[in-house]
Structure formats: structure tokens, C-alpha cells
Design a protein. Structure first.
Length: 276
């Protein structure tokens, strides 16, 4: 069973218990860092977003069925007050609990029903090579990317290459990279960057980045660039749980192959993930 499927089971069995991400990860025999990446890549939602959406969906069903006490539904859903529940409900569905109860209908609501089992759509992975790298220097464009907004990375690349890449000093003769510098329960910090031999003047709106010496598992993604999330899903949900390596909580990056064509998205990418 994949790591995400284990997490889905734990969430549904404990839907109304206030388990933290760390507790859910512990039940799945994984680190919080590992689970956040695996779940986000597989579902496009964070663990906490999914649980919140599931609770509010069950509340919507109860209200549409004529629940007499909205505060009771709020408390059952894990909210301490009618006001907090109403704010979260309207943010999720665009309607108030009173409106749903009055209409006795869930029509038009973007409900999140239980994902019972996530079928693996991941590409067949080649066994990665293990490679050590010294300190790496980059200059690039940083952007906050939620797990449900990974499609925005394409636009980030377009802006970086069109508006910034040519002005970076001391670039190395290698393709640019995409670096995940940090992650939390809901999102990642992503930097589209050029490798440099040293830091010169940093163009406006760009950041400098130093990756410390690290050991990496280097995975080949030979398919179209739009399918890379499937490869990540296989890595985080299947390869890591079944390998002798554990992910290190350090930046990872993607490097385009020399044959990569940004006009078509073909040519392949390598995925460098730090390991302990």
C-alpha cells in the first residue's frame, strides 16, 4: 500500500479526532516531511486541507438532510463556535450553513468525498543513482507554490527565462534547475535558478541560494514534463517507503537534460532528492 493510501485510511478512521500531521505520519511509519510531500504530490492537497474538506463535506450532507442544530454540526465537525464553522464552510463552498440547510440540497457544492484508494498512475521508475555533490550556488526567482497550484510553476519558468536568466552573472555551462528550498503542510517554496560559480550582482527580484554538500538519489524522468508529478508520486509514495534510504529534510532540485526542449516539454529531466 502506498504511503498516501495509508494516510487516507488513518484520516478516514480518525476523521473527527484532532490528529496533527506529525501524529498521522507516525501512524503511517513516516516522517512529517515525507508524508507532506507524498500526500501533496499524489492528491494536490495537503493532509490538513483534505481532512478539513472532508469534515466540511460531511457537515454539508448533514445540513442538506435537515440537521436541526447548526452549532451541533459545527461541534461535531471540530469547530468550537458557530461563527468559526460558518466562516470555514463559506470559504469551502461559497454558501453559508443556513443556506444549505434551507435549500436541502448540496447541488453546486464542491464536495470532497472520501478517497478510498488511490490508484497508482506513476511511471515505472528506473532505479536511481546515488551521487554526492559539493556545495552548489544558484541565483533564481523564488515563488510560494501550494500543492494544489503546481501548474503555476510553468509560468514561473517562463518569467524567469524571459526576464531574468540572461542578466545573471557567472553562470555555469549547465541547464537551469528548479529547486524546492522549503516545504510545510500546505505548500513548497520553489526557485527557478541558474547555477553560478560565484555570486555577483544579484538582479532585482532574484535570490541567491547555497545548497550545502549532500548525498542525492538521482531519478530519471524521461517522459513529458507535464507528467513529472506522476514520477514524484512514485518516488515519495512507493520508492522511499520500500528502499533502504530515508529522505533528508534539505532542498532537492530538478535539472533539465541537455536535450530538453522548453518549447515542447520533451527531452527529459533528472530529479535530485537528498537522502540521509
Amino acid at each position: 500500500m502506498s504511503l498516501t493510501n495509508k494516510a487516507l485510511f488513518v484520516i478516514e478512521r480518525n476523521l473527527y479526532r484532532d490528529l496533527s500531521l506529525e501524529q498521522i505520519a507516525k501512524f503511517c511509519d513516516a516522517s512529517r516531511f515525507h508524508l507532506a510531500h507524498a500526500f501533496g504530490e499524489a492528491t494536490g492537497l495537503s493532509v490538513i486541507e483534505y481532512r478539513r474538506a472532508r469534515r466540511l463535506t460531511e457537515a454539508a450532507y448533514a445540513l442538506a438532510a435537515g440537521a436541526s442544530d447548526i452549532l451541533g454540526v459545527a461541534l461535531d465537525t471540530g469547530y468550537a463556535s458557530h461563527e468559526a464553522f460558518s466562516r470555514a464552510f463559506k470559504m469551502q463552498f461559497g454558501k453559508t450553513p443556513e443556506e444549505v440547510r434551507k435549500s436541502e440540497s448540496i447541488e453546486g457544492l464542491k464536495l470532497v468525498d472520501a478517497i478510498r484508494h488511490l490508484e497508482s498512475k506513476a511511471m515505472k521508475l528506473k532505479e536511481p543513482r546515488i551521487e554526492k555533490a559539493g556545495a552548489l550556488l544558484f541565483v533564481g526567482l523564488s515563488q510560494h507554490i501550494p500543492y494544489n497550484g503546481m501548474q503555476n510553476i510553468a509560468g514561473q519558468w517562463q518569467r524567469f527565462m524571459q526576464n531574468h536568466y540572461r542578466g545573471i552573472e557567472h553562470k555555469i555551462d549547465e541547464p537551469p534547475v528548479g529547486v524546492t528550498t522549503a516545504s510545510d503542510d500546505d505548500s513548497i517554496e520553489h526557485v527557478t535558478a541558474a547555477g553560478v560559480t560565484k555570486f555577483g550582482a544579484i538582479p532585482k527580484d532574484l535570490v541567491k541560494l547555497t545548497l550545502q554538500p549532500q548525498t542525492y538519489a538521482v531519478f530519471a524522468h524521461d517522459g513529458h514534463v507535464t507528467q513529472i508529478r506522476e514520477t514524484y508520486g512514485a518516488i515519495w509514495n512507493d520508492w522511499f517507503p520500500n528502499s533502504s534510504h530515508a529522505p533528508a529534510e534539505a532542498p532537492g532540485f530538478e535539472r533539465h537534460n541537455a536535450a530538453f526542449d522548453p518549447r515542447t516539454g520533451n527531452g527529459g529531466i533528472t530529479i535530485w532528492l537528498p537522502i540521509k
